[in-house]
Design a protein around this ligand. Structure first.
Ligand SMILES: [Zn+2]
Ligand SMILES: [Zn+2]
Ligand SMILES: [Zn+2]
Length: 201
């Protein structure tokens, strides 16, 4: 065990006999009523990863020849000592295979980054309106956003469950902003044509 629970008042270490009790108990040091709830992982003994040395008749680890092989990599089949064995779900993998699979973004278990197309599309629709760039380039931005919605709808692979409402919102906004921009330009042209003298023409 590497960590403990501490009294929130006097910050002294609390005894493990006080963990996960139904009721509050007094801190042995300051007598403050405390109740300590810990996750089961705190109590689980951590096995040592120090690899066993190998004798002549035993197979050695691919990476540490003097350490006894205890597992075989599920991916490449190399012999691995306890230090080099990395458990991922039901698989035991070597560090090389972890590195390789992390680079292949197709494996969802090893991905830690993703592109959120829906957020990009929404950003392209909201920011131009806020900083008035929309007046000049509204049609371009809404067209871009719609293209990102169409591409991202199939391409986006979020790491956590994510509903599609942002895509729907972005698609609706891009159509509204695109049509709105055309209407705005049409209105300006119409105003200039119907009252040319007001515009010094
Ligand atoms: Zn205390
Ligand atoms: Zn491997
Ligand atoms: Zn090893």
């Amino acid at each position: 065990m590497s960590a403990g629970a501490f009294c929130p008042i006097c910050h002294r270490l609390l005894a493990t006999s006080q963990w996960n009790l139904q009721d509050f108990t007094a801190c042995p040091n300051c007598q403050a009523p405390t109740r300590t709830l810990v996750f089961p992982a705190m109590v689980k003994p951590t096995s040592s990863v120090r690899p066993e040395p190998r004798n002549e008749t035993e197979a050695g680890c691919f990476f540490h020849n003097n350490s006894r092989a205890e597992n075989v990599c599920s991916s490449c089949g190399r012999f691995l000592c306890s230090l080099c064995t990395l458990t991922f779900g039901s698989q035991k993998l070597c560090p090389d295979c972890i590195y390789r699979r992390r680079r292949q973004s197709s494996e969802p278990l090893f991905r830690d980054q993703t592109v959120l197309f829906d957020n990009i599309a929404l950003l392209l629709l909201v920011v131009p309106v806020l900083c008035l760039v929309y007046i000049y380039l509204g049609l371009i931005f809404s067209g871009f956003a719609l293209a990102i919605v169409i591409i991202g709808w199939r391409q986006q692979r979020p790491l956590v469950p994510r509903s599609g409402y942002r895509f729907v919102l972005a698609a609706a906004l891009s159509v509204i902003e695109g049509v709105g921009w055309i209407a705005l330009v049409w209105l300006v042209v119409w105003l200039i044509q119907s009252h040319p003298t007001d515009f010094g023409l």
